[in-house]
Ligand binder design. Sequence first.
Ligand code: GBH
Length: 475
Amino acid sequence: MTSSNRTFPDGFLWGSATASYQIEGAATEGGRGPSIWDTFSHTPGKVLGGDTGDVADDHYHRWPEDVQHIKNLGLHAYRFSISWPRVQPGGSGEFNAEGIAFYSNLVDALIEAGVQPVVTLYHWDLPQELEDEGGWANRETAFRFAAYAERMARELGDRISVWTTLNEPWCAAYLGYASGVHAPGLTDGAKALAAVHHLNLAHGLAGRAVRKVLGPDTKISVTLNLHVTHPVDPSSADDRAAVRKIDNLGNEAFLQPMLDGRYPAELLEQTAHITDWAFVQDGDLELINIPLSILGVNYYSSSRAQKFSGIGEKREADNHGDGAASPWVGADDVEFLPQPGPYTSMGWNIDPASFTSLLVDVGTRYPGTPLMVTENGAAFHDTVSADGRVHDADRVDYLYRHLDAVGAALDAGIDLRGYFVWSLLDNFEWSFGYDRRFGIIRVDFQTLERSWKDSAYWYRTLATTNGLPGRDVTY
Ligand code: GBH
């Protein structure tokens, strides 16, 4: 087998990632309550092909097999999320012992297999009862979230290696409440900005609650999908101003409150015609600005923006179709131009160089906060070959190029502790249903059988040797 010369530091954490609604299924079993994604996916027209997470990968029943796959892949860590409505069906009050036992058993099995559990407390499946009271646009949700986090800390305790409060609050706020392509499907910019703040508050309150139970050294993280947006014309002040607006909404709205204890004045100014930000109360920023043990970064693609001219789109190319509202609240004078490609089957531009610059930029800006790549990966139109296997050379190539980009950030001196491939399994890809496959393990959605793609064998070599394998290998 050929290999590149790139090796990773000793102790670099190799993992894979999933999320509860995308893999578990068993939506009405074991005392689970409904989440906003059950409601959304069962609303006609919201998800491609009418797909729902009712069965998904049936991980709720097949988790022992999935833990075996994780072990056989040689992974050191597994990032999964807890379904809040499975452990607390209404989002407040009564907890559900059966749901808690499911995660407790999973955690025990992972540890038994030598795999560190990395938990995400919120990967978008809000209990529907909380949405009925306003969801993330309602301040109270942040306090409910902290109570749920505290209970999980008591139940799972020191068995958890890293506690991640939120996955991609950008998506939860803007895709859920502004563009409406994610649950709960609202298109209200003011609510989306309130959701931004209440998610930030939820992060701070939950991190504090977990540390109150398990001690101040407990590893708390958050996962952000940081946006790399390039100006169409870097020499144009207008285009650079357009990119700053996107950076403020996409990155600074989370980084600055969480890591610096403030909202940028520019963000408040550029959205003043949407909201007065009165939902930010005295003391909130102190509550949000907790010490972060690790900053999780998800990266898939980059974008290109300029001052609005009428030739571009108000949102990035993401195959959601024309006419969807923009997630970029108040940025009416900004437009996105298509990237040059090549693309994944999500229509996302493949741009590993922007991954390096993102990691170097954020790592340089917050030198005291170690980074972890909590998601990176690609959907392609996998085909099953005559030998019954998926020879996904395109995914191997994507992973190779992005891991080389991670290596370049390490070479630049960035404190980067690990990498989690998205995803362990093909799964429910949100508004695209089962049509887009991100797994390194194929799932046959008829039989629910799992089978390793070439990328899984490739990733096992990486995880077990700590060296980047070449791409020109067949398995
Ligand atoms: C992650 O989201 C999720 O954490 C994970 O659950 C999901 O399965 C995975 O990635 C693959 O999608 O055109 O305005 O929508 C990534 C979400 C995708 C959000 C690209 C921003 C482009 C902006 N990101 N998207 S827009």
